[in-house]
Every structure is written in structure tokens, then in C-alpha cells.
Design a protein around this ligand. Structure first.
Ligand code: ZN
Length: 231
């Protein structure tokens, strides 16, 4: 793990490595910057559900890439390092971090439940660190990798157009998730869209499959850079 200063509060985003905070078990959460400072800010979060970690491969691929001009690419390999270490969906407080964000948060379940939302909005240190970071970063496009529904959920406006383009580029179906009609609260991408711009903000989930081949990793890294260029 890199040694980085960890700051809760104002972040110095004019660095290639920025500490966002600590997990509940004390693991650092950090962001890496690539590309052109001042360019279009594209944020990729490799993991939020710890046992859905194929996004790590895509983050690692993006680290190796030449970044097109005018993109400031930010990579958070995992906002749930405890979940990755423990191969658990949740953080180490048994909270589903993708139900813990502070937009339309609602109580779901209890510890031990798959979608336990925590004791309140942004109750978890991992959520707090990401909220603090995204509020300051103001990315133009943000995406989170998950598994294994193998789809991108459609949306409207600019968000919908860019999601559809990502689906086209990767071959993922553009389809409703998980039976559709479910009411999910405290979702990271939904919070981010509101935070970034209620009309034009772009923040979405990419559901990879159960396994992600090397060819698919390449395709997804290409797609991130393409939507970044096209905007
Ligand atoms: Zn997930």
C-alpha cells in the first residue's frame, strides 16, 4: 500500500496520489491521478462491494495506458478495502456501502443482511471519505464496477447517452437490473449524480459478469477512455 497523507476535509487534488481516508479496519483508501491536469475529470471506482472485485483488473489496466489528451483520469482501486481483504460484499461493519450514501438514504435490514444500509446516511468511514472526495473533485463522469449482472442500466439525458455508449463499446446489454422495480436507497452513483449536477451529472454502475477475461479488461479500459474523450 502506498504511503500517503490521509486527510478528512480539504484535499489537495493537485497531486498524483491523494489519501481519502481509512476503512473501518484502518486500511487506506486512496485515489491516483493520471493524464492531463485540468482536463475532463473521469473517476473510476474499481470496487465498492468487496467480493465483486474484477474492477481491480480494469483499474490496473488503466494504470498502464497512455491517457488521451485533455482527460484527467482518477482511479480509486477500491473504496472498500476491508471487503476486498475479507472477500465480503460489506465493509467490516457489515454495511453495504452502496446503500449508505446520503441521497435518499433509507434504513434497510440489519447487520448480517445483504443490503444492510448502516445506522444512518454516510455512517461509514469509507462512504464519508468518498463523499468528501467527490464533492471536491466534481468529476465530469464517474463510474463504479460491480458484478455479476452483466449489464448497464439505462438512464436519461447525458447520463443515459453516455451509459448507452459504454454499453455499445463493451457489448454489455443496456437493461434494468436485478428484476427491476426494486427501490434501492443510498446508492453511490445516484448520490453522485445529484451532487455533480441534477440534470447533466454522469455517474453510473457497470455490472461486469462473473468472470472478466483479459480481452474484456482491455475492452473496458478502452471504453472508459473513449467516453472520456467523447464526453
Ligand atoms: Zn455490487
Amino acid at each position: 500500500m502506498p504511503t500517503v497523507p490521509l486527510v478528512a476535509g480539504p484535499l489537495d487534488l493537485d497531486n498524483d496520489l491523494v489519501g481519502l481516508g481509512f476503512s473501518s479496519e484502518g486500511r487506506p483508501i486512496f485515489a491516483e491521478r493520471y493524464g492531463t491536469p485540468g482536463g475532463r475529470r473521469v473517476l473510476v471506482v474499481g470496487v465498492i462491494h468487496g467480493n465483486e472485485d474484477d474492477g481491480l483488473k480494469i483499474v490496473d489496466e488503466l494504470r498502464q495506458r497512455d491517457i488521451p489528451d485533455d482527460i484527467e483520469l482518477w482511479l480509486v482501486e477500491s473504496m472498500n478495502p476491508d471487503g476486498v481483504a475479507n472477500q465480503d460484499r460489506h465493509n467490516s461493519n457489515d454495511v453495504d456501502l452502496n446503500r449508505n450514501f446520503p441521497y435518499k438514504w433509507g434504513p434497510i435490514g440489519e447487520p448480517g443482511d445483504s443490503q444492510y444500509a448502516g445506522v444512518g446516511p454516510a455512517s461509514e468511514p469509507e462512504t464519508q471519505g468518498m463523499v468528501n472526495y467527490i464533492e471536491q473533485l466534481q468529476p465530469d463522469i464517474a463510474l463504479w464496477y460491480h458484478q455479476d449482472a452483466y449489464l448497464v442500466i439505462p438512464s436519461t439525458g447525458r447520463d443515459g447517452r453516455i451509459r448507452a455508449r459504454y454499453a455499445e463499446l463493451t457489448g454489455l446489454p443496456l437493461a434494468d437490473c436485478c428484476g427491476g422495480g426494486g427501490i434501492y436507497t443510498g446508492i453511490a452513483a445516484t448520490w453522485a449524480r445529484q451532487e455533480l449536477a441534477p440534470v447533466e451529472g454522469v455517474a453510473f454502475i457497470v455490472e461486469l459478469g462473473g468472470t472478466t477475461s483479459a480481452a474484456e479488461v482491455t475492452t473496458h479500459a478502452d471504453a472508459v477512455l473513449t467516453i472520456g474523450v467523447e464526453g
